[in-house]
Design a protein. Structure first.
Length: 278
C-alpha cells in the first residue's frame, strides 16, 4: 500500500511514504535546480584535454560557496568530493582525482546542490575534444532516453510507464539499460521515495500524482547492462568495459504533466555534437 502524504515543513526522513509538495516546494526546487544547471553550464567551458576531474570538483565546491549552497555529496555516507565525475566505462559515482582528461574521452558530471534546504540534482555528458561516432551515438541515445522518460511523467501514469518507455527505446537502439541504479524521490531529502527504475512494464509501479518530485537519470551502456562496483565502494563500471552514459533531470509532477527544474539556462542540455565532428 503506497501512502501519499503532504511533505512536512519540519525535519524529514525517508519513511517510504511519497511526499507531495505544493508551490513553495516547487519554487524551492526551481532555485536549487537552476543553480545545479548553471554549474553544469559552466563546467561545459572547462571540459578539454588536460583538465583534471579534481579541478572540476574544486569549481563545484567554490561555485556552491559563492551561492550559499552546499554540494549534497560532500561527506555523504563517507563520500569526500563535491560532485561525481564518470569517464568512459564508468557508469556512475566516479570520484574526482588528478588524472587529466584525454582527447576522445566522454565524461558525466553529476552535481547536487542544497540551497535553502532544497536539493537540485542533475547530470550531463560532455565530449572531450573529438570523440568517436559510437560514443556520440551513445550520448544521443542516452539523452533521448531521458526525454522519453520525462514525456511519460504525468498524472495517472506510473513509474513503470517511465521505465518501460526508456527500456523499449534504448534496447531498440541495441544498448543496455543499467538496472543496478535508479532515479529517486527528491526535495528536502537527497534520496526519498519512490525509486524510479529505468526499465519495467507499463502500468506497474507507483501511480504519479501532482506534487511528486523525483529524478529520472537513465544510465545506458553501449554493451551489456551489467555493472560492478570497484573496491573504493563507489565507482561503478561496466563489466564488459563498454562505454556508458547518463543524463539526469529533477522534475515535479504538475496537474498537466511535469516541470523540469534543471533545464540549462544556456540551452546546453546536451553537448553541441557538431563541434566534435570533422
Amino acid at each position: 500500500m503506497v501512502n501519499y502524504i503532504p511533505a512536512p515543513t519540519g525535519p524529514m526522513r525517508n519513511t517510504g511514504d511519497i511526499h507531495l509538495y505544493g508551490e513553495d516546494g516547487f519554487a524551492g526546487m526551481r532555485a536549487a535546480g537552476q543553480l545545479a544547471a548553471t554549474a553544469l553550464d559552466k563546467v561545459a567551458e572547462m571540459i578539454r584535454p588536460g583538465v583534471t576531474t579534481l579541478e572540476i570538483d574544486r569549481f563545484v565546491r567554490a561555485f556552491g560557496d559563492e551561492n550559499n549552497a552546499l554540494p549534497a555529496t560532500l561527506n555523504y555516507r563517507g563520500y569526500s568530493k563535491s560532485c561525481c565525475t564518470s569517464i568512459n566505462h564508468v557508469v556512475c559515482h566516479g570520484i574526482p582525482n588528478e588524472k587529466p582528461l584525454k582527447e576522445g574521452d566522454i565524461i558525466n558530471v553529476d552535481i547536487t546542490y542544497v540551497l535553502d534546504g532544497w536539493h537540485g540534482d542533475s547530470s550531463r555528458m560532455y565530449p572531450v575534444g573529438k570523440i568517436k561516432r559510437a560514443a556520440e551515438r551513445l550520448i544521443d541515445v542516452t539523452y533521448q532516453s531521458l526525454m522519453i522518460g520525462i514525456d511519460m511523467a504525468k498524472p495517472g501514469n506510473t513509474t513503470g510507464d517511465i521505465g518501460a518507455a526508456i527500456q523499449e527505446y534504448a534496447e531498440k537502439e541495441r544498448c543496455g539499460v543499467v538496472r543496478d541504479f535508479c532515479g529517486h524521490g527528491l526535495g528536502r531529502l537527497f534520496h526519498d521515495a519512490p525509486n524510479i527504475l529505468h526499465y519495467g512494464r507499463r502500468g506497474e509501479g507507483v501511480e504519479l500524482k501532482p506534487g511528486m518530485i523525483f529524478t529520472i537519470e537513465p544510465m545506458i551502456n553501449l554493451g551489456k547492462p551489467q555493472v560492478k562496483v570497484l573496491s573504493d565502494g563507489w565507482t561503478a563500471v561496466t563489466r564488459d568495459r563498454s562505454l556508458s552514459a547518463q543524463f539526469e533531470h529533477s522534475i515535479g509532477i504538475t496537474e498537466e504533466g511535469c516541470e523540469i527544474f534543471t533545464t540549462s539556462p544556456a540551452g546546453l542540455h546536451k553537448p553541441p555534437y557538431s563541434l566534435t565532428q570533422e
